[in-house]
Ligand binder design. Structure first.
Ligand SMILES: N[C@@H](CCC(=O)N[C@@H](CS)C(=O)NCC(=O)O)C(=O)O
Length: 401
């Protein structure tokens, strides 16, 4: 009978566990996540391990120690109690501090988490600071993290740092941290990692605009042949849009769209918006999907709002807005904020055949909570707080511009 089963996943926390299983030929089944996974591990996070007696164990460090305890005459074992504490120290440090800062940097840069330049820059600085103050001085004087030989401290930390070498640490970085680089390159080739591939980049991954920016660009392309002020553009061949009867607004909506496209949302665009917002010419609306309960995978919800925004294109000249998907697979919702020309939301939204799938609530920006809602929707950098008070991260969004 096997010792247990380890759920497989492309996660740098799972890699060292799989390495232990394979290198030390532990009798562990490495399995794909199944229906039982969600029942035993309701947070649905990996690593996750089920011992032979059925005990479910989560947390990278706990599973590591369980597997290490199964290796007879473990050559990775530290020699003294002090070394043992140091191994635990480095494993905990790598798992929490280092991977935390690394994820907050590479997650958004690789499109796996929402991008916010300030947060990414801060996380990247923090990652470098951790390395500069810990690994680099230590490894300048020592070959390995603990004692004179490879321990699990090295195995775990090399894996936990692997996304840094894969996406972030360019050649200049490697020159700046030669001891960390030397140690990482050496240990990543250690026999314990036989069969594992650790990609090494020479250039730092660059931020590629998320869908929000792409939507902005696409709309810009469409708008290009029109006059600079779209509201003054000649009427299209199709029947005039009812909102065209309102005539030009005092502050053309395109000015705002330009600021939103080109400036940092929180720092520049939002303050500009409130300085120029004219509640006589425009109104603001909270737009909420009626059937959140029926949403399943977040990417499907993202497709849904992308489609909604596309179908609103006949009203593009008269409105601006963002809609976001928040939450996780099988537990997500859709909400957005839109500014429209005039006060009649039906005229703006009923160009989209699915507009009745949404609830529309007029916002009053003289109320701080409504104003903050608009800010949060347009910046989409903060979690959405649901009616029941739960805070849920934004996964993706779409901009109508
Ligand atoms: N404290 C946990 C963190 C586990 C964790 O965040 N795992 C990530 C992958 S490395 C995950 O499963 N994320 C998916 C999610 O948060 O839904 C540990 O140390 O094992």
């Amino acid at each position: 009978m096997s010792i247990g089963k380890l759920y497989d996943a492309p996660s740098c926390r799972v890699t060292p566990l799989k390495a232990l299983v394979k290198h030390f030929k532990l009798d562990v089944d490495i399995v794909q996540r199944d229906a039982e996974f969600g029942k035993l591990f309701p947070l649905k996070k990996v690593p996750a391990f089920v011992a032979a007696d059925g005990t479910p164990i989560h947390e990278f460090i706990a599973i590591s120690y369980y597997l290490l305890s199964q290796i007879p005459n473990n050559p990775l074992a530290p020699k003294t109690k002090e070394d043992e504490a140091e191994v635990l120290q480095w494993v905990s440090f790598g798992n929490q501090e280092v991977l935390g800062a690394a994820w907050d940097t590479f997650g958004p840069l690789t499109g796996r988490a929402p991008y916010n330049k300030k947060s990414v820059d801060a996380a990247s600085e923090q990652l470098d600071k951790l390395i500069a103050l810990t690994y680099e001085p230590h490894l300048t004087k020592n070959t390995y993290l603990v004692g004179e030989k490879v321990t699990y401290a090295d195995v775990a930390n090399v894996a936990l740092l692997s996304r840094g070498f894969e996406y972030l640490f360019d050649d200049a970085w490697k020159k700046k941290y030669p001891a960390t680089t030397r140690w990482w390159l050496t240990v990543s080739k250690n026999a314990v990692f036989t069969g594992f591939d650790f990609p090494v980049t020479s250039e730092r991954i660059q931020y590629t605009p998320p869908k929000k920016e792409e939507t902005k660009k696409e709309t810009k392309k469409e708008a290009a042949p029109k006059a600079a002020n779209a509201e003054d553009a000649p009427a299209p061949k199709k029947a005039a849009h009812p909102l065209a009867a309102l005539g030009p607004a005092k502050e053309p909506i395109d000015n705002w769209k330009r600021v939103y496209s080109n400036e940092d949302t929180r720092e520049k665009a939002i303050p500009w918006f409130w300085e120029h917002y004219d509640p006589e010419d425009y109104s603001l609306w909270k737009v909420k999907y009626k059937y959140d309960d029926e949403l399943t995978l977040t990417f499907m919800s993202t497709n849904l709002i992308g489609g909604f925004v596309n179908r609103l294109s006949a009203s593009t000249k008269f409105m601006f807005g963002t809609a976001v998907v928040y939450g996780t697979n099988n537990d997500n919702g859709i909400i957005g904020a839109f500014m429209i020309r005039g006060q009649d939301h039906v005229a703006a939204f009923d160009v989209a055949p699915d507009w009745e799938s949404y609830d529309f609530t007029k916002l009053d920006p003289s109320k701080p909570e409504d104003k903050e809602f608009v800010d949060n929707m347009w910046a989409w950098d903060k979690p959405v707080v649901t009616a029941s008070g739960e805070s849920k991260e934004i996964v993706d969004g779409a901009v109508l511009k």
